[in-house]
Design a protein. Structure first.
Length: 214
């Protein structure tokens, strides 16, 4: 987990100062992160990310995760979260290209790792462009593409497995994705992963983007 300073806030999202990212997680300080689910409305696909196991200060299997996610650096504006997008995918975008889904408050602890985060959630539509996914792969194991309807069926446990395409640099592999690849933390409480997929589906169905939020 790369170290840098982050802005810290109180429980009302009022700025308090800065701290090292490790301090924010060790002390349970509120901070903010950028998150984005990549979709392709032309193929009704969604893209997940698998991180390398060593990216966390606690043991964590290589569950699927949102397409892009990372901490804001201290002093960054919300719009500058696209830095994280470029770093992880290699894709150049403008913040105006994103669909803003609002802010999620995330609170959980795993041992000494305390997560108090304001998560700025987004969708990004590839619109038929095939991504190279040639960003910094040091922390990323692969990207995974699945059909949004099949993914929702899997998360609802209506299906046991679904077709998936895994991308790693120039390598492409087809495999069967199972429910066990979903981080259990994303399927309890507010069921973030399911809500994200439903938001993606509503967007693909042509609903007013201003009315799509978590």
């Amino acid at each position: 987990m790369s170290e840098h300073y982050v802005d810290v806030f109180d429980e009302n999202y009022q700025w308090k100062g800065v701290a090292l990212k490790s301090e924010a997680h060790n002390q349970g300080l509120w901070h903010r992160v950028f998150s984005c689910l990549i979709v392709d409305s032309t193929t009704r696909s969604v893209f997940f990310q698998k991180k390398q196991p060593f990216c966390y200060s606690f043991e964590r299997p290589d569950y699927i995760d949102v397409s892009v996610g990372g901490h804001y650096i201290a002093g960054e504006k919300i719009e500058e979260g696209i830095r994280e997008f470029k770093e992880e995918t290699g894709i150049e975008i403008q913040y105006s290209d994103l669909i803003n889904l609002g802010i999620r408050r995330s609170v959980f602890s795993i041992g000494d790792y305390k997560c108090f985060e304001y998560q700025h959630m987004h969708l990004y539509d590839l619109k038929g462009e095939r991504p190279g996914f040639n960003g910094d792969m040091k922390e990323i194991k692969a990207f995974v593409e699945v059909n949004v309807d099949q993914a929702i069926s899997l998360l609802l446990k209506d299906s046991y497995e679904i077709d998936a395409i895994q991308y790693y640099k120039n390598e492409i592999a087809v495999y069967k994705m199972t429910y066990n690849e979903i981080d259990p933390a994303y399927m309890t409480g507010d069921k973030l992963m399911l809500r994200l997929l439903i938001a993606a589906l509503r967007y693909m169905q042509g609903e007013d983007k201003r009315l799509i939020f978590l």
